[in-house]
Write a protein that binds this ligand. Structure first.
Ligand SMILES: [Zn+2]
Length: 313
C-alpha cells in the first residue's frame, strides 16, 4: 500500500478502530469463555457480547493488541511501515516519528508484531530441495554471566547460531538461467536460532522446519549426521569458491540479514534476535505479494494472544 492510500483509508483513530473491528469480524470473534463464535455488537460499550454465555470481548482482547494502551492508529502506522518498507526500521526511529514520550511501549509493539509474523510462518514447512547451513550473528547478551570468560569463534557468547534453510532448486530452462545471476531459484526461507549443534538437537530443529523426505543439501558437518533418517541428505565438502554454486541462497540470505541488522539495529540482544529474523523471513517469503498489510493484519487479529501457548488453529 502506498503512503497516500494509507492516509486516505486510515486518516484517524476512528477509521483505524472501525477497520480493525471489520478485520476481526471477518476472521471470526471467538468467545474466550465458551468458544462460541456468535456475538452481539454492543455499540455503546464497543464490545462484543457472546450470544451463549454473555461473556464480553473488547476490540483488542485476544489479538496482538491485547493489553496495549497504544492507539489503534499507532498500530496501523507500525504495520503499514513494516509491510511497505523493503528493509526495516528501529523502535527508536518509530518513536521519533510518532513523537511518543516513551520508548518501551513502541519497542514492545514492534516486538509483538514480529512474534505474530513468526507464528504465521511456523504454519508452513519447507519441502522439495532445501539448502541448509548455519549463520553466526553478532549479538550481545544482557543476561550473560560476566565472570565467565569470553570464548572466541564458534560457541562464542558474542554470537548466536542461526539455522538457515532455503527451498531452492536449479533453474532448468537454459534461456531463463541467463537472466539469473544464480543457478538456483529460491521460493521460501526459514531462520531459527539454535543453542546446540549436537546431532540430536539438530535433528529436532531441522525436522521442525523441513518436511520429511525432502532433499537436503549442506556441507559435511557432523551436526547433520542424523538427517539421513528422515531425508535424502547430500552433505558435501564445500570449498569457499564453491559456496555460490552449492549453497547460494542460504549464504545470500545470511549476508543480507546480517547487513540489514547491522545497518538498522546495531546491537541485537541474543534473546530478541529471533524476532528480527521473523520479520526478515516473513517479508522475504511474501516478496511477491502486493497486499502484505492485509496479511499482517489478518495474522494480528486472529492470533490468540492471551491464550498462552496456543497457536492459530
Ligand atoms: Zn461465550
Amino acid at each position: 500500500m502506498k503512503l497516500i492510500d494509507f492516509y486516505k483509508n486510515y486518516p484517524d483513530e476512528e477509521s483505524c478502530k472501525q477497520a480493525f473491528k471489520e478485520y476481526r469480524e471477518q476472521e471470526g470473534v471467538i468467545c474466550k469463555k465458551c468458544g462460541n463464535k456468535t456475538h452481539y455488537w454492543k455499540k455503546n460499550r464497543e464490545q462484543w457480547e457472546c450470544k451463549k454465555c454473555s461473556h464480553r470481548t473488547t476490540l483488542k482482547s485476544g489479538t496482538v493488541m491485547h493489553g496495549s494502551q497504544l492507539s489503534f492508529q499507532y498500530w496501523f502506522i507500525a504495520m503499514h511501515l513494516m509491510t511497505s518498507t523493503k528493509k526495516t526500521f528501529s523502535a527508536k526511529e518509530l518513536q521519533r516519528q510518532l513523537g511518543h514520550k516513551r520508548y518501551e511501549p513502541i519497542w514492545a509493539m514492534l516486538h509483538k508484531l514480529r512474534i505474530v509474523m513468526g507464528r504465521r510462518d511456523e504454519q508452513y514447512m519447507l519441502n522439495n530441495e532445501v539448502e541448509l547451513d548455519e549463520g553466526f550473528f553478532e549479538t550481545v547478551s544482557v543476561t550473560r554471566d560476566k565472570s565467565e570468560p569470553l570464548k572466541r569463534g564458534k560457541g562464542s557468547q558474542r554470537q548466536t547460531t542461526v539455522l538457515v534453510a532455503t527451498e531452492s532448486k536449479p533453474v532448468e530452462d537454459s534461456e531463463k538461467s541467463k537472466k539469473y545471476s544464480k543457478k538456483k531459484q529460491v521460493r521460501f526461507i526459514k531462520m531459527q536460532t539454535i543453542h546446540s549443534l549436537k546431532k540430536e538437537d539438530m535433528e529436532d530443529a531441522v525436522t521442525d522446519i523441513i518436511e520429511k523426505n525432502s532433499i537436503i543439501i549442506s556441507d559435511d558437518s557432523n551436526s547433520y549426521n542424523n538427517l539421513t533418517k528422515h531425508y535424502e541428505h547430500n552433505g558435501q565438502v564445500v570449498s569457499k569458491n564453491k559456496i555460490n554454486e552449492v549453497l547460494p541462497w542460504v549464504h545470500t540470505a545470511i549476508s543480507n540479514a546480517k547487513r540489514l541488522f547491522l545497518d538498522v539495529h546495531h546491537r541485537i540482544d541474543d534473546d530478541f534476535l529471533q524476532s528480527y529474523l521473523n520479520e526478515f523471513c516473513f517479508k522475504f517469503n511474501r516478496r511477491y505479494f502486493d497486499n502484505l498489510f492485509d496479511r499482517l493484519m489478518i495474522a494480528a487479529v486472529s492470533y490468540r494472544w492471551n491464550w498462552l501457548g496456543e497457536k492459530n488453529g
